[in-house]
Design a protein around this ligand. Structure first.
Ligand code: SF4
Ligand code: FES
Length: 202
């Protein structure tokens, strides 16, 4: 793969063809916030918190750095007044869903986001999809998925699959930036615990 030279925050950065801006930045020790990204999973581009500014043929555009690929001589800025404003707005919208999420609170401090700006819709899930994608892509189990759409969208464990696969796994738990995943699992566990034969070895 051919080597690519680009500039991120004024620093010359070496990357390889096919890398995303996020990967190139992290490789150069430049931090960009993420909420739905996981290095073992396919790029998703859901939360948009990783937005950055790129200069392409003299035009400035805002792109999602976890999916946008590097290009020769690309000029990237990871912070600007506009980027910070966009991230602040995204955080305020997400905080309406999960006001107590530690990761969101930490980012809110950095970007001056007000957790009370929008009316609370405490579903606790910010739809990052990390749990769903990890279970599907890495574990190949599809034990957890999304149900419903729009504002009613939420995650749900498939009881028959969860009863067999999740007891000894739970690898998705630490990925969740809120408490939604654990709460959904506890609910599923409660629903399935009345079927003792469903737990392996029981
Ligand atoms: S439950 Fe957690 S990990 Fe799963 S989609 Fe919602 S916020 Fe993301
Ligand atoms: S981390 Fe890039 S869109 Fe979520």
């Amino acid at each position: 793969m051919s080597e690519i030279l680009l500039q991120i925050d004024g620093k010359e950065v070496k990357a390889t063809e096919g890398m995303t801006i996020l990967e190139a930045a992290r490789g150069a020790g430049i931090s960009i916030p993420t909420l739905c990204h996981h290095e073992k999973l396919e790029p998703y581009g859901g939360c948009r918190i990783c937005i950055v500014e790129v200069e392409v043929r003299g035009w400035t555009r805002h792109v999602v750095s976890c999916v946008y690929e590097v290009a020769e001589n690309l000029v990237v800025r990871t912070r600007s007044e506009k980027i910070d404003r966009i991230r602040k707005m995204i955080l305020e919208l997400l905080l309406a869903h999960a006001p107590d999420a530690f990761d969101l609170q930490e980012l809110a401090k950095e970007y001056g986001a007000d957790k009370d700006r929008f009316e609370k819709e405490a579903s606790f899930c910010i739809h990052c999809g990390l749990c769903v994608r990890y279970c599907a892509e890495i574990k190949k189990k599809d034990a957890v998925g999304f149900v419903d759409r729009g504002t009613r969208k939420e995650i749900c464990f498939i009881p028959e699959v969860a009863a067999k696969e999740c007891w000894d796994c739970k690898e998705c738990f630490p990925l969740c930036p809120t408490s939604a995943l654990q709460a959904a699992y506890v609910l599923t566990e409660a629903l399935t615990s009345s079927a003792p034969s469903s737990k392996p070895g029981s």
